[in-house]
Design a protein around this ligand. Structure first.
Ligand code: SAH
Length: 213
Protein backbone atom coordinates (compact mmCIF):
# COMPACT_ATOMS: atom_id res chain seq x y z
CA UNK A 1 0.00 0.00 0.00
CA UNK A 2 1.70 3.12 -1.18
CA UNK A 3 0.56 6.71 -1.25
CA UNK A 4 2.94 9.17 -2.87
CA UNK A 5 3.27 12.88 -3.65
CA UNK A 6 2.15 12.03 -7.19
CA UNK A 7 -1.10 10.57 -5.88
CA UNK A 8 -1.57 13.64 -3.69
CA UNK A 9 -1.15 15.88 -6.75
CA UNK A 10 -3.75 13.85 -8.67
CA UNK A 11 -6.18 14.12 -5.75
CA UNK A 12 -5.77 17.89 -5.64
CA UNK A 13 -6.57 17.99 -9.36
CA UNK A 14 -9.62 15.78 -8.85
CA UNK A 15 -10.88 18.17 -6.15
CA UNK A 16 -10.50 21.05 -8.65
CA UNK A 17 -12.52 19.10 -11.23
CA UNK A 18 -15.29 18.45 -8.67
CA UNK A 19 -15.32 22.11 -7.68
CA UNK A 20 -15.86 23.07 -11.34
CA UNK A 21 -18.79 20.62 -11.43
CA UNK A 22 -20.47 22.34 -8.49
CA UNK A 23 -19.08 20.82 -5.30
CA UNK A 24 -18.63 23.80 -2.98
CA UNK A 25 -18.44 22.20 0.47
CA UNK A 26 -14.77 22.56 1.50
CA UNK A 27 -15.02 19.70 3.99
CA UNK A 28 -16.14 17.40 1.17
CA UNK A 29 -13.36 18.67 -1.12
CA UNK A 30 -10.84 18.11 1.67
CA UNK A 31 -12.05 14.53 2.04
CA UNK A 32 -11.45 14.01 -1.70
CA UNK A 33 -7.96 15.54 -1.29
CA UNK A 34 -7.25 13.15 1.54
CA UNK A 35 -8.67 9.70 0.72
CA UNK A 36 -6.24 7.49 -1.28
CA UNK A 37 -8.80 6.31 -3.86
CA UNK A 38 -6.16 4.33 -5.78
CA UNK A 39 -5.99 1.92 -2.85
CA UNK A 40 -9.74 1.20 -3.09
CA UNK A 41 -9.60 -0.25 -6.60
CA UNK A 42 -7.77 -3.04 -8.36
CA UNK A 43 -4.15 -2.03 -8.96
CA UNK A 44 -4.55 -2.55 -12.72
CA UNK A 45 -6.78 0.55 -12.71
CA UNK A 46 -4.46 2.59 -10.55
CA UNK A 47 -3.72 5.13 -13.26
CA UNK A 48 -7.45 5.86 -13.57
CA UNK A 49 -8.12 6.22 -9.85
CA UNK A 50 -8.23 10.00 -9.85
CA UNK A 51 -10.32 10.47 -12.95
CA UNK A 52 -13.91 11.37 -12.24
CA UNK A 53 -15.20 7.93 -13.22
CA UNK A 54 -16.84 4.86 -11.74
CA UNK A 55 -14.80 1.62 -11.91
CA UNK A 56 -15.41 -2.09 -11.57
CA UNK A 57 -14.59 -3.65 -8.20
CA UNK A 58 -15.23 -7.26 -7.10
CA UNK A 59 -18.59 -9.10 -7.34
CA UNK A 60 -19.70 -7.19 -10.48
CA UNK A 61 -20.06 -3.98 -8.51
CA UNK A 62 -18.54 -0.54 -9.00
CA UNK A 63 -16.82 2.11 -6.95
CA UNK A 64 -19.00 5.20 -7.41
CA UNK A 65 -17.83 8.15 -9.45
CA UNK A 66 -16.06 10.70 -7.22
CA UNK A 67 -18.55 13.40 -8.28
CA UNK A 68 -21.44 11.21 -7.11
CA UNK A 69 -19.77 10.54 -3.76
CA UNK A 70 -19.07 14.26 -3.31
CA UNK A 71 -22.60 15.20 -4.41
CA UNK A 72 -24.26 12.77 -2.02
CA UNK A 73 -21.97 13.84 0.85
CA UNK A 74 -22.58 17.53 0.20
CA UNK A 75 -26.34 17.15 -0.20
CA UNK A 76 -26.66 15.33 3.12
CA UNK A 77 -24.81 18.17 4.91
CA UNK A 78 -22.90 15.63 6.98
CA UNK A 79 -21.62 17.10 10.20
CA UNK A 80 -19.61 15.90 13.16
CA UNK A 81 -21.42 13.26 15.19
CA UNK A 82 -24.22 12.65 12.68
CA UNK A 83 -25.49 9.09 12.96
CA UNK A 84 -25.42 7.86 9.38
CA UNK A 85 -26.66 4.62 7.81
CA UNK A 86 -25.00 3.73 4.50
CA UNK A 87 -26.56 1.12 2.23
CA UNK A 88 -23.99 -0.41 -0.15
CA UNK A 89 -20.49 -0.34 1.39
CA UNK A 90 -18.91 -1.54 -1.87
CA UNK A 91 -15.25 -0.52 -1.94
CA UNK A 92 -15.71 1.60 1.17
CA UNK A 93 -14.75 4.86 -0.56
CA UNK A 94 -18.04 6.61 0.32
CA UNK A 95 -17.73 5.20 3.85
CA UNK A 96 -14.29 6.81 4.13
CA UNK A 97 -15.73 10.14 2.94
CA UNK A 98 -18.46 9.99 5.63
CA UNK A 99 -15.81 9.22 8.25
CA UNK A 100 -13.63 12.12 7.06
CA UNK A 101 -16.72 14.28 7.67
CA UNK A 102 -16.72 12.88 11.23
CA UNK A 103 -20.00 11.00 11.03
CA UNK A 104 -20.76 7.88 13.07
CA UNK A 105 -21.26 5.37 10.30
CA UNK A 106 -23.18 2.09 10.08
CA UNK A 107 -22.60 0.50 6.68
CA UNK A 108 -24.53 -2.40 5.15
CA UNK A 109 -23.35 -4.56 2.24
CA UNK A 110 -25.10 -7.61 0.79
CA UNK A 111 -22.16 -9.11 -1.16
CA UNK A 112 -20.15 -11.13 1.32
CA UNK A 113 -16.92 -10.72 -0.62
CA UNK A 114 -17.16 -6.91 -0.56
CA UNK A 115 -18.31 -6.86 3.05
CA UNK A 116 -15.26 -8.90 4.09
CA UNK A 117 -12.85 -6.89 2.00
CA UNK A 118 -14.04 -3.48 3.18
CA UNK A 119 -14.26 -4.50 6.82
CA UNK A 120 -10.59 -5.54 6.77
CA UNK A 121 -9.29 -2.79 4.50
CA UNK A 122 -10.88 0.39 5.87
CA UNK A 123 -9.60 0.02 9.45
CA UNK A 124 -6.08 -0.49 8.06
CA UNK A 125 -6.32 3.02 6.62
CA UNK A 126 -7.63 4.29 9.96
CA UNK A 127 -11.28 4.44 8.82
CA UNK A 128 -13.43 2.93 11.57
CA UNK A 129 -17.19 2.87 11.17
CA UNK A 130 -19.28 2.00 14.23
CA UNK A 131 -20.27 -1.19 12.44
CA UNK A 132 -19.99 -3.06 9.16
CA UNK A 133 -23.10 -5.13 8.58
CA UNK A 134 -23.50 -8.02 6.15
CA UNK A 135 -27.16 -7.86 5.24
CA UNK A 136 -30.01 -6.48 3.22
CA UNK A 137 -30.23 -2.72 2.95
CA UNK A 138 -33.95 -2.80 2.07
CA UNK A 139 -34.61 -3.47 5.75
CA UNK A 140 -32.30 -0.73 7.05
CA UNK A 141 -30.97 -1.26 10.56
CA UNK A 142 -33.93 -1.09 12.95
CA UNK A 143 -31.87 -1.89 16.07
CA UNK A 144 -29.77 1.26 15.60
CA UNK A 145 -32.53 3.58 14.35
CA UNK A 146 -33.30 6.45 14.25
CA UNK A 147 -30.62 8.00 12.03
CA UNK A 148 -29.78 11.61 11.18
CA UNK A 149 -28.96 10.65 7.61
CA UNK A 150 -29.41 7.59 5.39
CA UNK A 151 -27.45 7.30 2.15
CA UNK A 152 -28.15 4.65 -0.49
CA UNK A 153 -25.34 4.01 -3.00
CA UNK A 154 -27.15 1.57 -5.32
CA UNK A 155 -30.05 2.25 -7.69
CA UNK A 156 -33.29 1.42 -5.89
CA UNK A 157 -36.33 0.30 -7.95
CA UNK A 158 -38.54 1.89 -5.27
CA UNK A 159 -38.10 3.69 -1.96
CA UNK A 160 -37.94 1.08 0.83
CA UNK A 161 -40.48 2.08 3.52
CA UNK A 162 -38.31 0.93 6.45
CA UNK A 163 -35.64 3.49 5.50
CA UNK A 164 -38.10 6.40 5.76
CA UNK A 165 -39.31 5.02 9.08
CA UNK A 166 -35.75 4.89 10.47
CA UNK A 167 -35.12 8.65 10.05
CA UNK A 168 -35.16 11.11 12.93
CA UNK A 169 -37.54 14.03 12.53
CA UNK A 170 -35.39 16.52 10.60
CA UNK A 171 -33.38 13.63 9.17
CA UNK A 172 -32.62 13.04 5.49
CA UNK A 173 -32.68 10.02 3.19
CA UNK A 174 -30.76 10.38 -0.09
CA UNK A 175 -31.54 7.61 -2.56
CA UNK A 176 -31.14 7.16 -6.33
CA UNK A 177 -34.51 5.84 -7.52
CA UNK A 178 -35.08 4.09 -10.85
CA UNK A 179 -34.22 1.03 -12.92
CA UNK A 180 -31.87 1.70 -15.84
CA UNK A 181 -31.03 5.21 -14.69
CA UNK A 182 -31.94 6.89 -11.45
CA UNK A 183 -33.23 10.18 -10.13
CA UNK A 184 -31.32 11.26 -7.04
CA UNK A 185 -34.10 11.78 -4.54
CA UNK A 186 -33.89 13.51 -1.17
CA UNK A 187 -36.51 12.94 1.53
CA UNK A 188 -36.57 15.20 4.59
CA UNK A 189 -38.63 13.99 7.52
CA UNK A 190 -40.77 16.92 8.66
CA UNK A 191 -42.74 15.05 11.33
CA UNK A 192 -43.73 11.51 12.26
CA UNK A 193 -45.88 11.30 9.13
CA UNK A 194 -44.69 14.03 6.75
CA UNK A 195 -41.79 13.87 4.32
CA UNK A 196 -40.64 16.54 1.92
CA UNK A 197 -39.35 15.19 -1.40
CA UNK A 198 -36.78 16.81 -3.71
CA UNK A 199 -35.59 15.41 -7.05
CA UNK A 200 -31.97 16.33 -7.71
CA UNK A 201 -31.15 15.12 -11.22
CA UNK A 202 -30.15 11.98 -13.12
CA UNK A 203 -27.44 9.57 -12.02
CA UNK A 204 -26.32 6.04 -12.97
CA UNK A 205 -25.83 3.37 -10.29
CA UNK A 206 -25.60 -0.42 -10.20
CA UNK A 207 -28.95 -1.86 -9.05
CA UNK A 208 -29.91 -2.35 -5.43
CA UNK A 209 -30.57 -6.07 -5.26
CA UNK A 210 -33.07 -8.06 -3.27
CA UNK A 211 -31.74 -10.16 -0.43
CA UNK A 212 -30.12 -13.45 -1.40
CA UNK A 213 -29.66 -16.38 0.88
N1 SAH B 1 -20.32 3.54 -2.35
C1 SAH B 1 -19.82 2.34 -2.96
C2 SAH B 1 -20.80 1.95 -4.06
C3 SAH B 1 -20.74 0.55 -4.45
S1 SAH B 1 -21.92 0.10 -5.68
C4 SAH B 1 -18.44 2.58 -3.53
O1 SAH B 1 -18.19 3.71 -3.95
O2 SAH B 1 -17.62 1.68 -3.59
C5 SAH B 1 -23.33 -0.34 -4.72
C6 SAH B 1 -23.12 -1.36 -3.65
O3 SAH B 1 -24.40 -1.66 -3.08
C7 SAH B 1 -22.54 -2.67 -4.13
O4 SAH B 1 -21.42 -2.99 -3.37
C8 SAH B 1 -23.69 -3.68 -3.91
O5 SAH B 1 -23.23 -4.98 -3.59
C9 SAH B 1 -24.44 -3.04 -2.75
N2 SAH B 1 -25.84 -3.45 -2.64
C10 SAH B 1 -26.72 -3.74 -3.64
N3 SAH B 1 -27.91 -4.08 -3.14
C11 SAH B 1 -27.80 -4.01 -1.78
C12 SAH B 1 -28.71 -4.27 -0.70
N4 SAH B 1 -29.95 -4.69 -0.91
N5 SAH B 1 -28.25 -4.08 0.55
C13 SAH B 1 -26.97 -3.68 0.80
N6 SAH B 1 -26.07 -3.44 -0.19
C14 SAH B 1 -26.48 -3.61 -1.46
Amino acid sequence: MKDTAKHQGLRNQLATVLKAKGITDENVLNAVRKIPRHLFIDSSFESHAYQDKAFPIAADQTISQPYTVAFQSQTLEIKKGDKVLEIGTGSGYQTAALLELKAEVYSIERQRELFKKASLFLPKLGYKPKRFIFGDGYKGLPEQAPFDKIIVTAGAPFVPKPLLGQLKVGGMLLIPVGDSSQIMTLFIRKSAKEFEKHELGDFAFVPMLEERN
